[in-house]
Design a protein around this ligand. Structure first.
Ligand code: SAM
Ligand code: SF4
Length: 333
């Protein structure tokens, strides 16, 4: 039972933990290609500090942790982090979202460390487009990483794809055909205003309806009932059992059932991707005047305060919407 219940009755069980703000790609919808305002390393939570936060969170009712970033596989001690999270008294369900570039070398060690599954982000199957979208010629490494994840048994392997107008919006059916052939589970994510470069445009963005229509030219899609707090609307493909997901954060927000909290790599707790407020946990973790027990208590209190301050919705569709000051890569997706 989670004690992290907000004023709208939403119970919080899922913590997204960003391990670094750095990344090996520069996806245009996530960070500007010349981005250089990295956090200084002394501001990033150290592994012991991360473990303290996750231990307190799991005691308060978090039972699912997703490691993310930036690119989480750039964290040199990633396998150790997974081992240590799995050894916690209330070990959460653990998964990881990655761009896949380092999976070829890390899928095996991560599976050995107890990681159950991975989400890999891939928006195109075309090398030139990948280069254009990410500013790096690395699509081959993603494919190698996916093969390694399969060999390591990190199932289900979920693929996250963001479609952008005039870039890869025509690729929905091809991505689904490929994912089905590979045995991967595909989810399309609507592009959100989190890019820091101001490229998101409501009037041209590829919507869930656009994606559904594009897929429907090739596949019969029927809704899977019982979505719960999952962000993706799932659809059976040609009667199932395979499914495809669409995460329509912009055009069909699901804030009413949100059970997620986010920890940035510099130790700030956020109740939403679009929050303008953060709760500083790093300062508590590094306060030398506090005992271990006092630190745990203060972190727990700050989790509860964050949850109590959570707004009913992200407000993207409000007239006075203001984009958060950090880009997606710095919050953790
Ligand atoms: N680097 C890892 C990766 O790409 O999977 C993990 C971090 S990334 C921020 C997590 C997810 O956020 C990715 O699937 C990415 O496509 C998605 N994402 C980033 N910026 C986004 C945006 N503006 N709108 C929608 N999804 C976005
Ligand atoms: Fe890096 Fe992931 Fe953002 Fe792409 S989406 S720039 S891989 S953090």
């Amino acid at each position: 039972m989670s004690t992290l219940i907000d004023t709208y009755g939403r119970s919080h069980r899922d913590l997204r933990v960003s391990l670094t703000d750095r990344c090996s790609l520069r996806c245009t919808y996530c960070m500007p290609h010349d981005f250089a305002a990295w956090l200084p390393s002394e501001k990033l939570l150290r592994t012991d500090e991360l473990l303290t936060v996750i231990e307190v969170a799991t005691s308060a009712g978090i039972d699912e942790v997703r490691l993310t970033g930036g690119e989480p596989l750039l964290r040199p001690d990633i396998a150790d982090i997974v081992t240590r999270i799995n050894a916690l008294p209330k070990a959460p369900k653990l998964s990881l979202t990655t761009n896949g570039l380092r999976l070829a070398e890390l899928a095996g060690p991560l599976a050995d460390a107890g990681l159950m599954r991975v989400n890999v982000s891939l928006d195109t199957l075309n090398r030139e487009r990948f280069k254009m979208l990410t500013f790096r010629d690395r699509i081959g490494d993603v494919f190698k990483g996916l093969s390694a994840a399969r060999e390591a048994g990190l199932f289900p392997i979920k693929i996250n794809s963001v479609l952008m107008p005039a870039v890869n919006e025509d690729e929905a059916p091809a991505l689904l055909r490929w994912a089905l052939a590979q045995g991967f589970s595909l989810r399309f994510i609507e592009q959100m205003p989190l890019d820091a470069g101001g490229i998101w445009n409501r009037s041209t963005m590829v919507t869930a309806d656009d994606i559904f229509a594009a897929l429907s030219t090739n596949y019969a899609l029927t809704p899977v009932p019982a979505r719960g707090s999952a962000p993706a609307e799932e659809f059976y493909i040609n009667g199932g059992p395979e499914t495809v997901g669409i995460i329509a954060s912009v055009t069909r927000p699901f804030c009413g059932s949100c059970d997620r909290l986010r920890l940035t790599s510099d130790g700030q707790l956020r109740s939403c991707l679009f929050s303008h407020e953060e709760m500083d946990l790093r300062r508590v973790l590094r306060n030398k005047e506090l005992s271990k027990e006092e630190i745990h208590q203060e972190i727990a209190d700050r989790f509860h305060k964050t949850v109590l301050g959570k707004l009913p919705g992200h407000g993207i569709n409000d007239l006075n919407f203001i984009q958060p000051f950090r880009p997606m890569s710095a919050i953790g997706g």
